[in-house]
Design a protein around this ligand. Structure first.
Ligand code: 26Q
Length: 818
């Protein structure tokens, strides 16, 4: 299929011996009694052998060549499984498959034994993982810096229709991809006080004496680029108690106290926060943010100075990208290190900080904009709070010097929010401390300029730019869909594998070709059958592979409007019940996604999906023409199984609220057609793919804004005008799907009637009509598959290689190889 062609027997033999050696001497098992996980470990360790030399060599040659490095600071890296990714990029996939076959082992079973590294919530974390792979592929020297959470995102199960959360324990059997670096252990302080001192030259200096100290220990994972172009490092920090302090307390007889302090310190890297938008500022979260930022900045400064380079050359050798505001404390920490540890003057330190840092914004939702209470900052990070006050003072002074005295404007651009208790605005801090600020789609960037950063943008009009997101085609096409990849290679040649971004275009010429269309349809059926098997195993629900697979998989959020999709399901159900004899298109509505544990409305939406599923799937009148399934525990691996099996991709957020979306790109790459609003990257996708090859509907961002501005949130008119919507709301609200608790959804439905902030009712009829267009096209297979082929052919621009090239050229100023 996709990997290299038939493997050379000698390579297979060598690899086989390597795997057997690892199995015996590192895993401690004999082939006869090895479990799938033992084989996974042996295989991963064998693959590591092929990685390490290149990794080491890469890092030395970057040092020797004094090449500039990119540091991607992110609290999330949603990497998923790595086995196939690494084997495939190393060019070892077919060799490994054959070697295992000769040992009587199925690579597919071994693949499944690897736990997902779920060190992220959703889009932002997955983007960081795609970027790491693309940077390695483009041979851009880079480090990803984050936290080695002991527990990643919770596991979701469904009990009686409700989401239940279980701890995720990916490290239970160890992690064969990581290298612990106990010698790389960095001291991190919290609390305490700041003293003014005089330097030896008489200059005034500040000295921070933290009350508490702990250590950050490095764990490295190699990230291999396609065809080993580059090998970069993902360095994740683990929190450890400070040994010396612990010993002091032990010796003083305070055994329990010493252990409690250690446990408190180590709780910092215990668990990933499971919200994909900010919740009330919690101290532990701020401690996580500072912990990993401080460790990362100290580490990279050490590397810079260790090469004999001067601090003045920092921006020439180092580019630091902040993934949202989560690492924004880096602005104050870098200043602190330069001022207090390296004795730079304020102006020089500030110049270097701004020239080195850049910041990506991923959301405009007001509730997701991070801010921290001044009192908490003062207690936890007193020196940083001083620096933030000083940055703010210089910033406001500079504006006054430019004759800007407008009080409202000064208030809006201040780092301190005054009216909601005093808080530090992390977005403004990141903006001021960076030379470049970017959004993640054209629409989102435009809205950033007009809303959250309106005033700062007027003061610094050149600072904001757009970098539309992308996804790595190696994972989301080659690995997730080897059948389609094989077909594309037959059609376009194997060169496709090295340059999918451009080569896919060649497919346009074949869009009308009946054989290619047939190939697409066959591949899809194969993937649908595989998904149907998974659904039957996990849920006991049988799916008809002839039906239209209509898929919405992503975090559960009101703005993403899973509820609009459910209203459509209910309306379809009623249509069938009202006229059972009418001809129908069989359809399966597939949902998956996690809700933040404290987000009650999102959890209620999951329950509603399951309630509707139970009633609809069991209703004999429906005769299997409509099925609704909610697949539990959405993660990267499940996405890899679902996306290639989708006919229709639901991207239906309220316009203006989804910054970009990235699953929209993965679906289109695999040939699904999109039904969506003009939101986030959907806008650019429809421009590139052609409006006639997607189903766009609904209010635009401008129209949504106008309605909100006019206070038109009551939907009585819309509901009265749509008998279908009326009936669906009535059914849900009155307990048709919740006979055990007739009022379960009464308040939910009342909300839609009177305070429809996400415009479900306003968009319902347009959505219904768009779904009717979907059905009309599905009934004409030649036209459907023509559009499907064009989706794959024209989505090349949404490769993360393209995105990374733009960051490299326009923000980081690093040369691109690869
Ligand atoms: C912040 C503070 C405290 C706890 C949690 C958080 C937190 C964690 C994760 C806030 C936000 C996130 C994640 C946001 C996210 O995934 N945003 C998505 O980013 C994608 C990549 O750019 C976009 O495609 C999506 O549109 C955007 O929603």
């Amino acid at each position: 299929m996709q990997g290299s062609s038939t493997p050379v027997p000698e390579q297979v033999e060598n690899f086989k011996q390597e795997v057997l050696t690892r199995l015996r001497y590192d895993v401690g098992k004999d082939a006869a009694d090895a479990y799938a996980h033992d084989w996974f470990e042996a295989l991963a360790l064998a693959a590591r052998r092929y990685i390490v030399d290149g990794w080491d060599e890469a890092s030395h040659s970057i040092d020797r060549g004094r090449r500039k490095r990119v540091y991607y600071l992110s609290l999330e890296f949603l990497i998923g499984r790595l086995l196939i990714d690494n084997l495939s990029n190393l060019g070892l996939l077919e060799i490994a498959r054959e070697a295992l076959l000769q040992l009587g082992v199925d690579l597919e079973q071994v693949r499944l034994a690897e736990p997902d590294a779920a060190l992220g919530n959703g889009g932002l974390g997955r983007l960081a993982a795609c970027f790491m792979e693309s940077m390695a592929t483009l041979d851009i020297p880079a480090y990803g810096y984050g936290i080695r959470y002991e527990h990643g995102l919770f596991r979701q199960s469904i009990a009686d229709g409700w989401q239940q959360e279980q701890p995720e324990t990916w490290l239970d059997f160890g992690n064969p991809w990581e290298f612990e670096r106990p010698e790389c252990s960095i001291s991190i302080g919290f609390g305490g006080s700041v003293y003014a001192l005089n330097g030896s030259d008489g200059s005034a200096r500040q000295h921070w004496e933290p009350m508490e100290r702990l250590r950050a220990v490095a764990y490295d994972m190699p990230i291999v680029g396609w065809r080993r172009a580059g090998v970069n490092t993902l360095r994740l920090w683990r929190a450890r108690g400070e040994e010396t302090l612990k010993l002091d307390r032990f010796n003083a007889g305070d055994h329990l106290g010493a252990v409690a302090d250690t446990a408190r310190a180590e709780s910092i890297s215990r668990v990933l926060y499971p919200a994909d938008s900010t919740e009330a500022g919690q101290e532990l979260r701020l401690r996580q943010e500072y912990f990993f930022v401080s460790a990362s900045l100290q580490d990279l400064l050490q590397r810079h100075l260790g090469q004999g380079l001067a601090l003045a050359s920092l921006p020439a050798r180092v580019a630091i990208q902040l993934n949202d505001t989560h690492p924004a404390i880096a602005v104050a920490e870098l200043m602190r290190l330069l001022l207090d540890d390296h004795y730079l003057q304020w102006e020089q330190a500030w110049g270097l900080t701004v020239a080195t840092l850049s910041y990506t914004n991923h959301t405009l939702l007001p509730e997701a904009l991070e801010s921290w209470p001044v009192a908490l900052m003062e207690r936890l990070l007193p020196r940083h709070m001083q620096i933030i006050y000083l940055v703010n003072a210089f910033h406001i002074d500079a504006l006054r010097a430019k004759d800007i005295h407008d009080f409202a404007l000064l208030r809006a651009v201040s780092l301190i929010e005054e009216d909601n208790g005093r808080r530090v605005r992390m977005g403004n801090l990141a903006f001021l401390g960076s030379h470049s600020v970017n959004g993640v789609s054209a629409l989102h960037t435009e809205l950033m300029r007009e809303t959250v950063f309106r005033d700062l943008h007027r003061l610094y009009p050149a600072r904001i730019s757009n970098k539309t997101n992308g996804v790595t085609f190696r994972r989301w096409l080659f690995q997730a869909n080897p059948e389609l990849t094989g077909l594309l290679c037959e059609c376009l040649g194997r060169e496709l594998l090295d340059d999918p971004e451009r080569r896919l275009r060649g497919l346009e010429a074949h869009a009308g070709d009946a054989a290619v269309q047939r190939g697409f349809a066959q591949q899809r059926r194969h993937n649908k059958a595989r998904l149907a098997q998974l659904v039957e195993e996990r849920l006991g629900i049988r799916l008809d592979v002839e039906a239209l697979f209509d898929v919405q998989v992503k975090r559960i959020h009101e703005y993403k409007r899973q509820l609009l999709n459910l209203l459509h399901a209910v309306a379809l159900y009623q249509d069938i019940r009202n006229d059972p004899a009418a001809p129908r298109l069989p359809r399966v509505k597939i949902f998956a996604g996690k809700a933040a544990p404290s987000y009650h409305q999102a959890k209620l939406i999951i329950k509603l999906a399951n309630d509707i599923a139970r009633i609809v799937n069991d209703d004999p009148t429906v005769r299997g023409l409509l099925k609704v399934v909610f697949i539990p525990n959405y993660n990267v691996s499940l996405a890899e199984a679902i996306i290639p099996a989708a006919d229709l991709s639901e991207q239906i957020s309220t316009a203006g609220l989804e910054a970009s979306g990235t699953s929209n790109m993965k679906f289109a790459l695999n040939g699904a057609l999109t039904i969506g609003t003009l939101d986030g990257a959907n806008v650019e996708m429809s421009e590139r793919i052609g409006l006639e090859n997607l189903f766009i509907f609904g209010l635009t961002a401008q129209q949504v804004e106008a309605r909100k501005h006019a206070g038109e949130l009551s939907m009585a008119g819309e509901i009265a005008a749509s008998p279908r919507l009326q009936e669906a709301l009535q059914a849900i609200g009155s307990g048709v799907f919740s006979p055990d608790d007739a009022n379960r959804y009464t308040a939910l439905v009342e909300g839609l009637r009177h305070d429809d902030r996400f415009m479900l009712c306003a968009d319902f009829e347009a959505y219904w009509q768009a779904q009717a267009r979907v059905e009309a096209l599905w009934r004409e297979p030649a036209r459907w598959w023509h559009a499907a082929v064009l989706n794959t052919a024209r989505v090349g621009w949404f490769s993360s290689d393209r995105t990374i090239r733009e960051y490299a050229e326009e923000i980081w100023k690093v040369p691109v190889g690869g």
